[in-house]
Design a binder for this molecule. Structure first.
Ligand code: ADP
Ligand code: MG
Length: 694
């Protein structure tokens, strides 16, 4: 499909063009993908008279019904300075009065006495039948008009220009008639045939002018499949490139270093940890470039796995780079790595943003001439002036905090090093396939056995004083506590004030005999770091924080986390926060405070937290309730901006598309036999696709 702007469409008048452009519909693609919000089958209508027996039977009208009616009368009245439009519709069996309280003058122009409409809404009965703001679509009786009527969402900008659903339907149909021959297929024919999918042109026509249920559903399926297909093609290409590429950093055996490291471990690894280390080992010796994602709940022990990978590589004489999203986390990793490596002759460098020029030069030198075995830092590690002598493995901790594009950059560093990404955000499989579809995945599900289950309790505002007493009793044992405040109305200012107001109150009242610290998003990272360090080294203490308290920050003595207004958080986020405690063998607690009077639904959702400690099943639940947005985040956009497909409802199509995409590329890696598809991929994904050119 060529790029055709709305302006270039000849069959549209300038008024419609202006209206569409105002609504963000800028080109042909936008327009033909402006799908109806719903459809109503003309057969699925109710006679007005039938409403009486429905009312009698059910006591009330519980759902929407559709009616084919004519306008018999219409009156525009003004009440309290507001214009109201009343329209009386009738079929041959009765009357319904419909009222429009908003945009009355717009609808007054649209709805004409004598015309026929399909209207849809939930009637109520007060001596006569009434519907407020029904959906309506003008219809004609002729058979060729089709049985299924589309209803389009009408944006305010459209209404201003006089466009309602009926007008938009006409506009789209006019345009489709003009351009339909240009709606050519990109999905290979053999795939369409395999699934009995219609071609692109018929699918799009069907969406806007359905002929029957079956073709409509099949067309929708096909277009959703297509949406998934392109993204999976990209992943397939990335993944297969790795398979084709020989690694310069192949190891031949486990090596002495790894064995010594393994022997020195003071605890038994969990089965999942062992399995993951085996998978990594097998990648590293395969001769191919490893590109693996390690998913494991907070506290599941990913660091040991990362260390094992590093030992395997360093033992074979290669350098490793370990990257964390923030300075605090990078430093924590550095200290952890150092304490594990103190028995060995291994050089670890910490490349922090805070280094003096002289020190920085020294570190860069060591990295460049191979003195450094392991370099740890933030993304500063990947600046141009950081040159490695033989970088064999890149480990990215808390991967989900980096964008997919950034991931691309990192992989291009050096001579195609192995990459191990680690993420503590358990995400559903379909989301994994849509963001990390090019990676092999290892999962650590089980927790180390010495871990006690965190006790989670819901508590209302009325019980706050009791909770503070409980926290004090924990502090008296030498433990530490977090108290987390949510973002208030997305404004950082009020978010800050909620936390900081409380901080001062706590300091003066409830916790006046203890150390109280404050952490919030307005602090510079160096200040945040200072606070975290103070909290870490304090004898006991309370950290009052907004949600900025870093994922992955490890304060072993923290045994209580109190989350205020927990109803405002997603389950996945609550779970992440809960992971701040329970980081050793002491019993830990997560208290979810909720505001009295929250809805039943919110309560149900929070109860799931009490019952479930498994991050993966929580994330599936969150996915069901809140959709994929929670997981994708801003960083990932561009990769997952699905217009019509839905990651949750359409997961079958995603799996199908993935299989076909991988198969297609395994036979035709450069898409040489599918030129137009290749051109499209080049345009859609630009560099990301191009980078992979040989
Ligand atoms: P995360 O997966 O969140 O990065 P860490 O790697 O920081 O988790 O591990 C959390 C804690 O559990 C660390 O203190 C670590 O030493 C400890 N740990 C890791 N694996 C085990 C194990 N198999 N048995 C006991 N403790 C473990
Ligand atoms: Mg970690």
């Amino acid at each position: 499909m060529k790029d055709i702007t709305i302006d270039q469409i000849q069959s549209l008048d300038s008024k419609s063009k202006a209206a569409l452009t105002k609504c963000g519909i800028k080109n042909l693609f936008d327009l033909i993908y402006y799908f109806p919000k719903r459809y109503i089958d003309r057969k699925n209508v109710t006679a007005i008279r039938e409403l009486y027996s429905i009312l009698k039977q059910d006591g009330e009208i519980k759902k929407e019904y559709n009616f084919i009616v004519k306008v018999v009368d219409k009156r525009s009245v003004t009440s309290r300075n507001r214009q109201i439009l009343n329209v009386t519709f009738s079929d041959d069996t009765g009357f319904i009065n419909c009222a429009w309280f908003h945009y009355a003058s717009f609808y007054n122009k649209k709805i004409q006495v004598g015309e026929q409409y399909l209207i849809s809404g939930k009637p109520s009965y007060r001596g006569k039948w009434e519907i407020a703001h029904p959906d309506y679509q003008k219809i004609k009786n002729e058979d060729f008009e089709g049985k299924i009527v589309p209803f389009y969402q009408i944006a305010p900008e459209m209404r201003i220009k006089g466009i309602d659903s009926s007008v938009l339907e006409k506009i789209i149909f006019t345009v489709l008639t003009e351009v339909k021959e240009q709606l050519t297929d990109l999905v290979p024919v053999h795939i369409l045939e395999k699934f009995k999918f219609p071609d692109f042109k018929s699918s799009i026509m069907e969406i806007h002018k359905p002929s029957n249920d079956f073709s409509l559903i099949n067309s929708l399926k096909r277009l959703k499949f297509e949406e998934f297909f392109y993204l999976q093609l990209l992943f397939a290409r990335r993944k297969q490139r790795n398979i084709l590429r020989q690694s310069k950093f192949k190891i031949s055996d486990k090596g002495l270093l790894f064995d010594r490291f393994y022997d020195l471990l003071t605890f038994e690894l969990t089965d999942d940890q062992k399995k993951t280390i085996k998978e990594i080992y097998s990648d590293l010796r395969s001769g191919k470039v490893m590109n693996r994602l390690l998913q494991g709940d907070v506290g599941s022990g990913k660091t040991i796995v990362a260390l094992s990978a590093v030992m395997l590589m360093v033992g074979s004489g290669f350098q490793c780079a370990v990257m964390a999203p923030t300075e605090i986390l990078a430093e924590q990793l550095y200290l952890e790595f150092k304490s594990y490596c103190k028995e060995f002759e291994i050089n670890i460098s910490f490349l922090s943003g805070g280094l003096s020029n002289k020190l920085r030069d020294e570190v860069l030198n060591n990295i460049a001439n191979g003195v450094t075995d392991i370099a740890i830092g933030t993304h500063a590690l990947f600046q141009k002036d950081v040159l490695f002598s033989s970088l064999g493995l890149v480990i990215i901790d808390e991967q989900h905090r980096f964008g997919v594009m950034q991931r691309g950059d990192l992989i291009e560093k050096g001579d195609a090093p192995h990459v191990l990404s680690m993420s503590a955000t358990p995400i559903p499989r379909t989301v994994t396939l849509s963001i990390y579809g090019d990676l092999d995945v290892s999962i650590i599900k089980s927790m180390p056995s010495n871990r006690k289950k965190i006790i989670t309790k819901l508590r209302s505002d009325d019980e706050l004083n009791k909770i503070y007493d409980f926290i004090k009793s924990e502090l008296d044992k030498g433990n530490k506590a977090y108290i987390i405040f949510p973002l208030v109305e997305k404004s950082e200012k009020s978010d800050l004030s909620a936390a900081s107001d409380q901080y001062f109150k706590f300091k003066e009242n409830q916790f006046k005999d203890y150390d109280v610290f404050l952490l919030h998003g307005k602090m510079r990272s160096i200040e945040k770091e200072e606070v975290m360090q103070k909290f870490k080294s304090a004898k006991n203490g309370v950290l009052v924080s907004t949600t900025v308290v870093e994922v992955g920050v490890d304060v072993k003595e923290a045994t209580v986390i109190l989350i205020m207004h927990a109803e405002r958080f997603g389950l996945a986020q609550l779970h992440q926060l809960r992971g701040r405690v329970g980081r050793n063998s002491i019993q830990s607690y997560c208290i979810l405070n909720y505001s009295t009077g929250i809805g039943e639904e919110s309560m149900e959702r929070l109860k799931v937290m009490e019952e479930t400690s498994d991050g993966f099943s929580l994330s599936e639940k969150d996915f069901e309730i809140r959709g994929p947005g929670e997981f994708l985040g801003d960083n990932q956009s561009g990769y997952s901006d699905l217009k019509i497909a839905n990651l949750f409802r359409d997961r079958d199509l995603l799996e199908m598309a993935r299989k076909e995409a991988f198969q297609l590329l395994s036979q035709d890696f450069n898409l040489s036999d599918h030129q137009s598809l290749r051109d499209y991929m080049n345009k859609k994904f630009g560099e990301v696709w191009d980078i992979l050119k040989y």
